[in-house]
Write a new protein. Structure first.
Length: 319
């Protein structure tokens, strides 16, 4: 399977869902009203003000869609000086915002949250995509409510998305194999390695059958997570005979063990199957995993450990 087709998603179909979450976040923040702004504003009529959004550090801009819609929904005019994916430098102007100051102040924090968090993810991802282009993927480990936004930030930063959710790819994990193993061998506490291999084979047969029976799923990848050389070889042999899985995920193995598995998989299945390393992959050992011969290494660090970029909004004329 082509790596981009397997690991890279077009995020545009999920724009509406990301914006729904953004407006939920805004409603959570405002609640029954921005009582501080209501208290300090001396005029009941609309007071027009201008604010500037700027970056205080270097990075990659993301979050323009969410922040822009949140601000515009308050009747504010927003003029963007920078576009999503642009490089930011300390002090650069990102956008100008003009309109009712009460709306500016009420929407400021939520808009900035999106700009800061998503720009942080995009900035972190860009560092890995520049060094290892097309070989690093994020995981389905995102912050609740930010899944589609953070996955877009990953793409903006140049990293592969992997699955967006449970609906757009088959990934047979250890607990799926445990379920199949219990069906095959009963409620034994310990399943031996030979039985785990059989569980891998049976799970792949079931997923292939399910995908074949549902035409709408025909283009989706099938990946299986394995934890030993024997399971990796079994997956490769299934690919040779049944054309599944499309990808093998080598989970929680050392780089040396990953290298042995990659060699065995290629020997049995050839170059058509994709091999991924995940579990225990960190920025410090990423190069070692990629050097083992895998096509892709994936890690949660990209979304869960990204530091928000320092971005601020200030009313013009007040320093």
């Amino acid at each position: 399977m082509d790596k981009d087709r397997a690991y890279l998603r077009d995020m545009s179909p999920y724009r509406g869902r990301a914006l729904e979450q953004a407006f939920l976040a805004l409603r959570d923040d405002i609640g029954d009203g921005d009582i501080t702004t209501l208290a300090v504003s001396s005029k009941r009529d609309e007071t027009d003000e201008k604010a500037v959004i700027s970056s205080r550090e270097e990075g990659i801009l993301c979050g323009v869609e969410e922040a822009g819609e949140l601000l515009k929904a308050g009747g504010l005019e927003v003029h963007w000086e920078k576009a999503e994916g642009d490089h930011l430098t300390p002090g650069c102007v990102i956008a100008w915002v003009q309109g009712d100051v009460r709306e500016i102040l009420s929407r400021e924090r939520t808009a900035l949250n999106y700009l800061q968090i998503l720009s942080g993810v995009a900035t972190l991802c860009s560092r890995f995509s520049e060094r290892f282009p097309g070989r690093v993927a994020s995981l389905r480990k995102t912050h609740p409510g930010l899944a589609f936004s953070e996955k877009r930030a990953v793409v903006v930063g140049g990293v592969l998305t992997h699955r967006l959710g449970l609906f757009d790819g088959f990934l047979i994990k250890d607990n799926h194999l445990a379920l199949v193993g219990r069906e095959l061998f009963g409620d034994r506490v310990d399943i031996n390695e030979d039985q785990k291999v059989r569980a891998v084979e049976e799970a792949l047969r079931r997923v292939k059958k399910y995908r074949d029976e549902h035409e709408v799923l025909a283009s989706l990848f099938v990946e299986v997570e394995v934890e030993s050389l024997a399971q990796a070889v079994a997956a490769a042999e299934m690919y040779r005979s049944e054309r599944v899985p499309d990808m093998v995920l080598l989970d929680n193995m050392s780089p040396a063990m990953v290298g042995k598995c990659v060699e065995a998989i290629r020997c049995v299945a050839g170059p058509g199957i994709l091999v991924e390393a995940s579990g225990g992959v960190t920025p410090e050992n990423l190069a070692s995993y990629l050097g083992s011969g895998v096509d892709v290494a994936s890690m949660s660090f990209l979304t869960l450990d990204a530091r928000p970029l320092d971005i601020a909004m200030k009313i013009v004329g007040y320093k």
